[in-house]
Design a protein around this ligand. Structure first.
Ligand code: ZN
Length: 346
């Protein structure tokens, strides 16, 4: 009985034409799957007598090989991948597992996180805003005169020119400060981390986008002494207690007075090296007292309130921390570079 069945199926398999993917699949479903004919024949095989088993075992195995071979040859001929073999491999739990790499935090993310944590402890909240800005929030409200060079096409990526209020990619995160002040009344104490864009040629020292953290503190009686102490604390937390700071007078449209802050070179400790151009000092941020015009533009009474603001490039802070000399490394996604910061995962 079983022998006849095997004989009939063998004839069927020998004569069947497997010319299309559908025919091959139909064949697989009829003969080779778990509920297919071959499995059912083996089930039946279990029920026959010992004597029959001796004969039929060989016949049945030959039939199984015939069907499998037919399937394999047909698959290869019409270019199907050997899915059966693949699924068999998947089911084999004794095979070694496939390793996969976990990513690590980007150095810029690590440093941004560190900066944010320091200011958070001083009571600063984190504020965010859009990367596509209008002229008012990016320039006008911040006291940029119409002829200011930062408005030139060379520095700014304009998206849309429209009378009196161009749309552009923000050139600094100061626009977030404007948005924040417009929405409420002091006190404000916030930092604004984010990506900014400048229309510059990409080189080791310049890029068309980079990252900033800006800070703003507006309240009654805020003075330049508060600014100095806040930034001094920040630098000591970030680079160590032995780090010295100095302020140099500067100019920004949105602060008055304005200053640039230098720290003693973190690489050579102040004795002079290539990073500090042998001066012992490196500039890390710009800062100043918020210009009364800016406060008034945002609907804040400049007679009652004063404030300070500061801004730094995260790339620059990171360069000083890790001695990275080429800005382009930050955006190339080279795993050999990124992997060096794995141990810094917090
Ligand atoms: Zn140095």
């Amino acid at each position: 009985m079983l022998q006849n069945k095997i004989q009939d199926y063998s004839t069927e398999v020998e004569n069947i034409h497997l010319d299309t993917a559908e025919q091959v699949e139909a064949f697989r479903l009829r003969f080779l799957v778990n509920k297919g004919i071959i499995r059912s024949l083996f089930e039946e095989f279990k029920t026959v007598s010992q004597e029959e088993k001796r004969i039929l075992g060989k016949v049945l195995n030959e039939f199984k090989q015939l069907a499998e071979e037919k399937f394999k040859v047909a698959q290869e001929r019409i270019g199907l991948s050997n899915t059966d073999e693949k699924s068999a491999n998947l089911a084999d739990l004794s095979l070694p597992g496939e390793g996969f790499n976990l990513g690590s935090r980007h150095p810029l993310s690590l440093v941004r996180k560190e900066i944010v944590e320091i200011f958070k402890k001083l009571g600063f909240i984190v504020a965010e805003g859009p990367e596509i800005e209008d002229d008012w929030h990016n320039f006008s409200a911040l006291n940029f005169p119409p002829e200011h060079p930062a408005r030139d096409m060379q520095d700014t990526f304009f998206i849309k020119k429209q009378e009196g209020n161009d749309i552009a990619l923000r050139t600094h995160t100061s626009s977030v400060q404007v948005r924040m002040m417009e929405k409420g009344q002091p006190p404000f104490r916030a930092i604004m981390p984010g990506r900014v864009y400048r229309n510059e040629a990409i080189s080791a020292r310049a890029h068309c986008f980079f990252h900033q953290v800006e800070g703003l503190y507006v309240d009654e009686g805020v003075s330049f002494a508060d600014l100095k102490q806040t930034l001094f604390h920040f630098v000591q937390e970030l680079y160590g207690a032995e780090t010295k700071v100095r302020f140099r007078p500067s100019y920004f449209p949105f602060t008055e007075p304005s200053a640039e802050m230098d720290i003693s070179c973190t690489i050579c400790g102040g004795t002079g090296c290539a990073m500090c151009k042998h001066t012992g000092w490196v500039e890390i941020l710009g800062c100043g007292m918020v210009d009364p015009n800016v406060l008034e533009n945002c609907g804040i009474d400049s007679k009652k309130y004063t404030g300070f603001a500061f801004g730094m490039g995260i790339e620059r802070i990171t360069n000083l921390k890790y001695e990275i000399k080429d800005l382009r490394l930050f955006s190339e996604n080279d795993v050999r570079f990124l992997k060096q910061f794995e141990t810094e995962i917090i």
